[in-house]
Design a protein around this ligand. Structure first.
Ligand SMILES: [Zn+2]
Length: 415
């Protein structure tokens, strides 16, 4: 019972041709022509395996292998196939083609599964086109508000709803919700998108926690004035205050430690002229940690720091929360199972965390979920040179195949 790496290679190479920017990385945005071509290919492959194929009211594409007990909860496997602009060929796709290959092997070898197994192909994880993201899984988890279909618009002003309709999907997100208990477990294979596995020379990453994310916008209101005539002791320079704040973000995050990271990645100032004191600055703060208390700790300290800088620099500082996603733990029971299987297969592995968000963290709302990482060459991702050697992809698929075999034969309540 072997996986066929040539088939995997063919899927990856074919999917890479459905691309809006040939020669300059992969660009496959949601509900576009490239998305449609990729979807038709995936549908065809699912049908050839003999799976039951359908789409839900968001655009989640499913291929189902019936279980011995068709009424029992499903094992769901899969990932996304949309990309960022000028991205790489494997982000998302690696997980999706793994799922296709696994059910192909089930079919070829007549492997019996008690639980039904469903592949899910998602097309709106990156969220580049509508500025949203992890949408397919949010819909399945019942976490998307109907209003988003009209409020989320692309750069041409086309709403998500309109784009879906043009694509041929009748939006019905309430129907796409998967009730708790209907999914037994969700497993996603994904490229690491970082350097840890490669540096540690490990074949597999077993993700324990997907980090939580706290994002806010900070504004600094001072007073602009002539750069030559305003005395240095009499200024309300918003950029000086912002600079102190940026350094404080780094200092506070380092102080908390424990793998906590913090980034100020976006900054705008006004009037942004060389001979005028900056009167207004807006910046973004992005804090990530595997522990909620660390994220909250950073926020608390930053509020205090803001008050201190506000008084010292005579400017008004305001913090507005944009987004908070708590850290999510993956299924420990499945991690232990995957450790055993890795040992049996002779593959080295590492328990690790994911610094990036994935559909698995949303699916964890509905069912115990897991994320398997395979190494990324030079830690590169969201880049045309993103790559993982086929031999490394094979190890990931092998682990996942045997995991799915185990999970799908265990009867509920018995281990
Ligand atoms: Zn991805």
């Amino acid at each position: 019972m072997d996986i066929n790496l040539n088939r995997v290679k063919k899927h990856i190479e074919t999917l890479a041709t459905f691309n809006a920017t040939p020669g300059n990385g992969i660009t496959r945005l949601s509900f576009t022509v490239e998305d449609r071509m990729a979807r038709d290919y995936i549908k065809e492959e699912m049908s050839q395996i003999g799976l039951k194929v359908w789409e839900d009211g968001y655009s989640n594409l499913f291929g189902r292998r019936e279980g011995k007990d068709p009424n029992s909860p499903v094992i769901m496997i899969g990932s996304h196939y949309d990309s960022v602009i000028n991205g790489g060929p494997l982000d998302g796709v690696a997980g999706l083609v793994s799922a296709l290959e696994i059910l192909r092997v089930f079919e070829e070898n007549n492997i019996e599964n008690y639980y039904p197994i469903e592949i899910v192909a998602m097309n709106d994880e990156e969220g580049v086109r509508f500025g949203t993201g992890i949408s397919n899984s949010r819909v399945m988890a019942g976490l998307m508000d109907e209003k988003e279909l009209d409020n989320a618009k692309d750069k041409d002003g086309i709403s998500l709803r309109k784009a879906m309709e043009e694509y041929g999907i009748v939006p019905d997100i309430n129907n796409a919700k998967r009730p708790k208990g209907s999914i037994k477990t969700f497993v996603e294979l994904h490229i690491e998108q970082g350097p840890i596995l490669e540096r540690n020379k490990k074949d597999i990453g077993l993700v324990e926690t997907i980090v939580g994310l706290d994002k806010y916008e900070v504004t600094f209101k001072g007073k602009s004035g002539h750069a030559g005539t305003t005395p240095i002791n009499n200024r309300k320079d918003a950029l000086i205050a912002a600079s102190e704040f940026i350094l404080a973000v780094n200092r506070i995050v380092r102080g908390i430690g424990d793998g906590t990271v913090g980034t100020v990645g976006e900054l705008s100032l006004s009037p942004n002229a060389s001979n005028v004191i900056p009167g207004y600055v807006k910046l973004s703060v992005d804090i990530r940690s595997t522990k909620e208390e660390n994220i909250k700790g950073v926020y608390k300290q930053l509020l205090k720091e803001g008050e201190y800088i506000q008084d010292k620099r005579n400017v008004d500082i305001e913090l507005i929360h944009n987004l908070y996603i708590p850290p999510v733990n993956m299924s420990e029971e499945n991690i232990v199972l995957m450790e055993k299987i890795s040992q049996k297969l002779g593959y080295s592995y590492l328990r690790m965390n994911s610094g990036a968000g994935h559909d698995a963290m949303i699916m964890a709302e509905v069912a115990p979920s897991n994320l398997i990482f395979i190494p990324s060459k030079d830690g590169l991702s969201h880049h045309p040179d993103e790559w993982t050697d086929y031999e490394d992809i094979k190890k990931g698929i092998d682990l996942m195949l045997h995991t799915v075999i185990e999970l799908s034969k265990i009867k509920q309540g018995k281990v």
